[in-house]
Design a protein around this ligand. Structure first.
Ligand code: COA
Length: 284
């Protein structure tokens, strides 16, 4: 199927350009922050567009895997210093609403999104952009990408939930180093410290992301949804709570799975001997 560009006009910014581009390709929804001339700095237009787009893609069958990326040479230069911060300095009500809405898409929605999500970091990635990056289930970066917790450089701490998000993935020594120095690092270093799964040359980035999305699309979508959400939930529970919750989720999954995956797979392995669960997915 050819790439189908779907940029709905309701998301058009005052400048007449959609703040976020969505295109579909064989089950992948490519979602690109689209202010390349501002290095995809996240302004209110992007916040509101992302809220709506995430909401719509949850129930859009063309989206089986969501890839979050940026137009041009930037993933995102973080929060927009002019439109997100300075413009709301003297307007606490607008600021509170905007900050809340930004948290809604960047982590409340994304961390528990019902479909698999991959962050594809194609270039600059600073400050507030770390939150959606961490909130995606998986992340692949260009080796050439430039990351930075630049807040310290311009006189604030990594807030929103950037500090919390970084702490979820990165070892404390590395996290503190970048929080306190604001030093830049590249995609390879981002992979080394666990911020992304892997780094590949920029020229390979889209194809590698496609390959990963295709692997995910072969899985049973209900079980995939359960697996990612259960992992995040269980990580914050005691062992006893996790054991109880996880077995309840297994039962729920078995009960609700329209394709009866567990039994199909068992029969293919134990009776037909036609597949090995250790080596691949069952035939759906
Ligand atoms: N907020 C507001 N505007 C931003 C921005 C941000 N976070 N990041 C980039 N821009 C704007 C620039 O002001 C410039 O606008 P102008 O053309 O009207 O002058 C435009 O985007 C291009 O940026 P420029 O700095 O000229 O591009 P560059 O390629 O030389 O540098 C960066 C790219 C990302 C290194 C640089 O723009 C930068 O340091 N941005 C801020 C990153 C940051 O600290 N973000 C953390 C926010 S929490």
């Amino acid at each position: 199927m050819a790439v189908d560009n779907v940029n709905d006009s309701t998301s058009t910014s005052p400048a007449g350009k959609p703040p976020v581009l969505v295109s579909f390709e064989d089950g992948i929804a490519w979602v690109a922050l689209n202010r390349p001339e501002k290095r995809n700095a996240i302004n209110p237009d992007i916040v509101h567009a992302m809220l709506r787009i995430l909401d719509e893609l949850e129930s859009d069958d063309r989206c089986k895997v969501l890839v979050l990326t940026g137009s041009g040479d930037s993933f995102s230069a973080g929060m927009d210093l002019r439109e997100y911060f300075r413009a709301t300095d003297n307007d606490p009500k607008t600021r509170a609403k905007l900050f809340r809405a930004n948290g809604d898409w960047q982590w409340r929605q994304l961390r528990f999104y019902s479909k698999p999500t991959i962050a594809m970091v194609n270039g600059w990635c600073f400050g507030g952009a770390f939150t959606p990056l961490v909130s995606c289930d998986l992340a692949i970066a260009a080796e050439e990408a430039t990351f930075g917790l630049s807040e310290i450089n311009w006189g604030i701490i990594p807030a929103g939930v950037v500090s919390r998000a970084v702490a979820a993935l990165v070892r404390e020594r590395d996290a503190m180093y970048y929080v306190m120095t604001g030093e830049n690092f590249n995609g390879r270093r981002a992979a080394e410290i666990g911020l992304v799964n892997e780094a590949v040359p920029l020229a390979r980035l889209r194809e590698r992301t496609r390959e990963l999305a295709r692997v995910l699309m072969k899985k049973n979508p209900l079980v995939l949804r359960q697996a990612k959400i259960a992992y995040r939930m269980a990580a914050e529970m005691t062992w006893e709570q996790a054991a109880d919750y996880l077995i309840a989720k297994v039962d729920q999954g078995t009960f609700r799975d329209a394709e009866n995956g567990r039994n199909t797979a068992m029969s293919q392995f134990l009776d037909e001997k036609s597949f090995k669960p250790g080596l691949d997915s069952y035939r759906r």
